[in-house]
Design a protein around this ligand. Structure first.
Ligand SMILES: Nc1nc2c(ncn2[C@@H]2O[C@H](COP(=O)(O)OP(=O)(O)O)[C@@H](O)[C@H]2O)c(=O)[nH]1
Ligand SMILES: [Mg+2]
Length: 301
C-alpha cells in the first residue's frame, strides 16, 4: 500500500456571509483515507451559533488536485443530469433527449430494471450505472461518486418534470445566488398532487414537513419533496446524505439549510406520470418521513 499526499479542503463559515476555505496537505495512504472519509462524514459539525460551522468539502489525492485544477475550474459551471430509473422504458428515451441540450453529461442510475430502460439509455449516449437495490435515495447517493461536473441536476424518468426547466434550476447557481435550487410544484402547479384522498394525504403530509422546515430555519419554502433539483456538486458532497428512500429529498433541503448553504426555489410544473406506476408506496413508508424529519431537524447532522 503506497503512501501518497492528499489535500483536505475545509470550508469555515463564520457569522459573516463570507466563507474561508482552508486546504491542509497530509501524507496518508489510500486505506486510511477511506476510513477518514467515513469518520468525517459523521463529523460535519454545527456550532450553537447557527451560522458558525465548517464542512469538509472534498478530499482528493494531490496529483488529482493539481492535474485537474484547470479542468475543474472550467467544469464548475458544467451540468451533470442524473436520472434515477426503475422500469421506465416508456419514458426514459424522451427524458434523455429533452435533457441533452442542457446537459454536459447525462447519467442514469438504475435500480436493476427488468425492462429495456438501461439499453435505451445506453443507446442514447447516457452513462448508465446500477444502484444497490435499496431505493431512490441510495441510488442518488451512489451516483454522486461518478459525477464529474460542478452542478448536478436530478430529474425523474417518468415524465413528471419538464427537462426544459433545467436552465431555470441551474441559473441561480450559475449566478452564484444559491447553492441548491429546488423545483416547486406548489408554485409551478401539479397535475398529480390534487384530486383523490391519496393525493390529499400526500399534500397534507408534505405541507406539514415543509412547515416544520420553515419554522426551524426561519425560511419560506413552498415545498420539500420534489425530485427535480439542481445543486452544486461540492455542496451535495458536503451534506453527508444518508437516506435510502425518497426521504432523501427532505434530507437534502434540511441539511442544506442546517449547514448554512443557500437554498432557493423556482416554479416547475409537475405532470402526471406518463406510463408505468409509482414505485413509492406512502402507506408503507410515511413513518420514515416523520422519523427522518425529526432526526435531521433536531438530532443528527
Ligand atoms: N435507481 C432507482 N430509481 C428509482 C427507485 N425507485 C424509484 N425510482 C425512480 O425515481 C423516480 C421517482 O419515482 P416515482 O415512482 O415516480 O415516485 P413518485 O413520483 O413519488 O410517485 C422515477 O424516475 C423512478 O423510476 C429505485 O429504487 N432505484
Ligand atoms: Mg413520479
Amino acid at each position: 500500500m503506497s503512501a501518497s499526499g492528499f489535500t483536505f479542503t475545509f470550508k469555515f463559515r463564520a457569522a459573516s456571509p463570507k466563507s474561508v476555505i482552508i486546504s491542509i496537505f497530509v501524507q496518508i495512504d489510500q486505506y486510511s483515507l477511506t476510513c477518514l472519509k467515513r469518520i468525517c462524514s459523521l463529523f460535519s459539525w454545527q456550532g450553537r451559533e447557527r451560522r458558525t460551522h465548517y464542512s469538509i468539502i472534498y478530499m482528493k489525492s494531490t496529483d488529482e488536485f493539481n492535474t485537474d485544477r484547470k479542468e475543474r475550474r472550467s467544469s464548475s459551471r458544467k451540468i451533470t443530469v442524473i436520472i434515477p430509473t426503475l422500469n421506465e422504458e416508456a419514458t426514459i428515451g424522451g427524458i434523455i433527449e429533452r435533457s441533452l441540450p442542457y446537459a454536459d453529461e447525462i447519467m442514469v442510475v438504475d435500480g436493476h430494471s427488468s425492462d429495456r430502460t438501461r439499453e435505451i439509455a445506453r443507446n442514447m449516449g447516457a452513462k448508465v450505472i446500477l444502484d444497490n437495490k435499496k431505493g431512490k435515495g441510495e441510488a442518488i447517493r451512489h451516483s454522486l461518486a461518478y459525477v464529474t461536473h460542478g452542478i448536478v441536476v436530478f430529474i425523474d424518468a417518468d415524465g413528471s418534470h419538464n427537462p426544459e426547466d433545467i436552465p431555470k434550476l441551474a441559473e441561480p447557481i450559475l449566478r452564484d445566488e444559491a447553492d441548491h435550487v429546488s423545483g416547486s410544484r406548489l408554485i409551478g402547479g401539479s397535475s398529480e398532487l390534487h384530486g383523490g384522498f391519496d393525493e390529499c394525504f400526500r399534500l397534507m403530509g408534505s405541507s406539514f414537513i415543509t412547515a416544520c422546515i420553515n419554522w426551524k430555519f426561519n425560511v419560506r419554502l413552498s415545498e420539500s419533496q420534489n425530485g427535480f433539483r439542481a445543486i452544486r456538486t461540492d455542496v451535495i458532497h458536503a451534506l453527508g446524505l444518508r437516506e435510502d428512500i425518497t426521504t432523501i429529498e427532505q434530507e437534502m433541503i434540511i441539511k442544506t439549510l442546517k449547514k448554512g448553504f443557500r437554498m432557493a426555489e423556482v416554479p416547475s410544473h409537475e405532470h402526471k406520470r406518463v406510463a408505468g406506476y409509482s414505485k413509492i408506496s406512502l402507506r408503507k413508508v410515511w413513518f420514515r418521513y416523520v422519523y427522518a424529519l425529526a432526526k435531521y431537524l433536531f438530532l443528527s447532522n
